[in-house]
Design a protein around this ligand. Structure first.
Ligand SMILES: Cc1ncc(COP(=O)(O)O)c(C=O)c1O
Length: 319
């Protein structure tokens, strides 16, 4: 397999995922379209198996591991990817070990444990967790399943792009949150292969703007520190594989402050009746604030819904 997802690898992933995951329907809200400036539809991956899009890539990657008779898998993840790896491991009958930050939301850790994965807590930096996961892979002979920097992972995430174009061919703009960049790399690859005029916009929290800073610097930038309420988007850098794909296929990179992400969380909650975690509400935050849909039919990817219930009261606006 090449370093990059292709339209063909994304189509193969779609085939593999059929009957396993939900083809989430686009959801429309007149009141949110009015607030966002034009016709908007939401891709609610918060309703996906395991509560986030991550199952698409993890399942696609682990189908290869199972086919090759692997004993187990290991990964490092802030939560949603770990949960997806645990779910797919149970499906394929593989052992799973997951290295998570000490700050990982309890809801994500509990779900991965419930699927039978062995958890290990380590620090708050993605780099040290990745190194530890690699060490476990070497010691136990497990296959390391990266959270984003892998062509099979990106291909799985790219199935979202196929579904959007199938369901709403007149879409003009697709807005996607960015962590390590696997989600947007897959989606943008699918979209630019089939409808190159559709604009792909990537959104990051202001406190973790590694994609925007990399574009401005003309090279992949690694931040020394990131911070945001969007716990799935705080990786220190894009991947070495995702960075060039984002540079080639993503038309615009923008950032939003945490306060806008929290506002979007509440609007999605009250208007759509959807529980969307802060990372999943980040793309919506930008579209709301900048009325992006004024430029034509827009799809906003709501990438996940795994928010710790006890963290919700702290996000209630003071009136
Ligand atoms: C809910 C949610 N949205 C978006 C992302 C970002 O995905 P990626 O790292 O592929 O850019 C993540 C990553 O963990 C996530 O959990």
């Amino acid at each position: 397999m090449s370093d990059r997802p292709t339209l063909q690898s994304i189509r193969e992933a779609k085939h593999r995922l059929q009957g396993i995951i939900h083809e989430t329907p686009l959801i429309e809200s007149r009141s949110l379209s009015a607030l966002m400036g034009g016709p908007v539809k939401f891709k609610p991956e918060c309703l996906q198996v395991t509560g986030s899009f991550k199952i698409r890539g993890a399942f696609n990657r682990m189908a290869h591991v199972a086919q090759q008779g692997g004993a187990g898998v290991v990964t490092a993840s802030s939560g949603n990817h770990g949960q997806a790896v645990a779910w797919a491991a149970r499906y394929f009958g593989l052992k799973a070990q997951i290295v998570v930050p000490t700050t990982a939301p309890a809801i994500k850790v509990a779900a991965a444990e419930a699927f039978g994965a062995q958890m290990e807590f380590l620090g708050t930096h993605s780099r040290e967790r990745l190194e530890r996961a690699q060490q476990i892979a070497d010691e136990k002979g497990y296959v390391f399943v990266p959270p984003y920097d892998d062509p099979a992972i990106m291909s799985g995430q790219g199935t979202i792009g196929l579904e959007i174009l199938d369901e709403w061919p007149s879409v003009r703009t697709v807005v996607v949150p960015i962590g390590g960049g696997g989600l947007i790399s897959g989606i943008a690859t699918a979209i630019k292969a089939l409808s190159p005029d559709v604009r792909v916009v990537g959104v990051e929290p202001k406190g973790a703007s590694k994609a925007l800073l990399s574009r401005q610097a003309g090279k992949r930038v690694e931040l020394s520190h990131t911070n945001s309420v969007a716990d799935g988007l705080i990786s220190l850098a894009l991947g070495t594989l995702t960075y060039p794909i984002i540079e080639q296929h993503v038309d615009e990179l923008v950032t939003v402050p945490d306060s806008d992400i929290i506002d979007a969380f509440w609007l999605l909650f009250t208007r759509l009746k959807l529980v969307v975690e802060p990372s999943g509400a980040t793309a919506a935050a930008y579209v709301l604030k900048h009325r992006l849909a004024l430029e034509g039919p827009t799809v906003v990817v709501l990438s996940g819904g795994n928010v710790d219930p006890h963290k919700i009261p702290a996000m209630i606006p003071v009136v």
